[in-house]
Design a protein around this ligand. Structure first.
Ligand SMILES: C[S@@+](CC[C@H](N)C(=O)[O-])C[C@H]1O[C@@H](n2cnc3c(N)ncnc32)[C@H](O)[C@@H]1O
Length: 337
């Protein structure tokens, strides 16, 4: 596999693609509010009201239209910064009070302040070290600040080519970073240090179109056996039950009950992370509002729950002993759209 470094990647026609949608506005059909699932100004207004000032950083900001519209719609006190590799900024976004547009790669650029909102709308698809940018940006949040970025986990692979979606999703969750599999958005509230046992190896610009339909970049990582992460503590056992009311998970004395209306999808996968001594089958229940529940094959009621999801969709229960690690999950059930 031919892997590109950042310099070669930035010269690639996939990254310099003129057909990319760089024109999203703040709200409306082609917009940040639509693709993020929340209105950026809703996140900033409460902060403005409380502190009299708020700051929004938009990584891979494209033409900077969303930022320019935010600058026009909000009172003084809002500081806006947009960063993009290419200086195709909308003329209406340049020279706007409170808005700074920077031409730089998000892989190298470093701010000199923290932000109450950090977004990256369909930008990481073209970045080499996606997890590195994520880790750096999470340290730039102010306390209580919100981070939201599109991230297609299918574009993250281990250096031997194995898909790394499942291990990375699990590592993110353990680090307190949420992943909405439906919208393919990674979110976090408040700054954190993300110390994943993965080392960036390079990028592949020949991966083809991703879920957006545009050619995108796959990112390759080498698993690290050493790191600063503490040894994992085995999680206490959970209990799961699936019945006519919905899904019920009990964990350390707390009960999560989800009605069927709120269940989006159920799937099983095998997760192997050698560096963390993890090898198990897990049942993931994605909820319509983006959160998800996970139970392991060692948890109480696991096999019955898997069988019940399969029964409800009229599918045979999968043979879990044949699940191979690092491959796509097996869908058990999905809500009718
Ligand atoms: C699909 S566009 C999205 C633009 C904008 N967020 C929007 O939604 O309208 C992706 C953007 O990422 C930018 N980009 C790609 N690689 C980058 C990098 N390493 N650093 C900064 N920007 C990058 C591209 O120039 C492009 O403007």
């Amino acid at each position: 596999m031919r892997l590109l470094d950042d310099e070669a990647l930035q010269r690639s026609s996939v990254v310099a693609n003129n057909a990319m949608n760089r024109e999203r506005g703040l709200d409306g059909v082609n917009s940040y509010a639509r693709d993020l699932g929340f209105h950026p100004l809703d996140r900033l207004r409460s902060r403005l009201a409380e502190h009299g000032a708020a700051a929004w950083l938009d990584l891979c900001c494209g033409q900077g239209r969303a930022l320019a519209q935010a600058a026009r719609h909000t009172p003084d006190g809002l500081e806006l910064v947009g960063v993009d590799l290419v200086d195709h900024f909308d003329p209406q976004a340049t020279g706007v009070d409170g808005l700074t547009l920077v031409t730089a790669s998000v892989s190298q650029w470093q701010p000199d302040r923290t932000f109450d909102l950090i977004t990256c709308v369909h930008g990481l698809h073209y970045v080499g070290d996606k997890l590195g940018v994520l880790a750096r940006a999470l340290t730039w949040l102010s306390p209580g600040g919100v981070f939201a970025a599109h991230l297609d986990l299918a574009s993250i692979r281990l250096a031997d080519g194995t898909p790394a979606a499942q291990p990375v999703r699990r590592l993110l969750r353990e680090a307190g970073v949420a992943y909405d599999a439906r919208r393919r958005i990674v979110t976090r509230t408040g700054p954190t240090v993300l110390d994943l046992p993965l080392e960036y190896a390079g990028a592949d610009d020949r991966a083809g179109p991703n879920y957006t339909g545009q050619p995108a970049v796959d990112s390759y990582y080498r698993p690290l056996r050493t790191g600063t992460r503490p040894d994992p503590v085995p999680p206490p056992r959970r209990a799961v039950a699936v019945d006519d009311r919905g899904v019920r998970v009990e964990h350390e004395g707390t009960v999560f009950e989800v009605e069927w209306n709120d269940v989006h999808r159920a799937s099983v996968s095998r997760l192997v992370v050698e560096t963390a001594d993890i090898d198990h089958v897990e049942l993931t229940v994605d909820l319509v509002y983006g959160h998800y529940l996970t139970v392991l094959d060692s948890d109480v009621g696991f096999a019955a729950a898997v069988a019940e999801f399969a029964r409800r969709s009229g599918r045979p229960a999968p043979d879990l002993s044949r699940l191979r690690p690092g491959h796509d999950d097996i869908e058990l059930w999905q809500q009718d759209r």
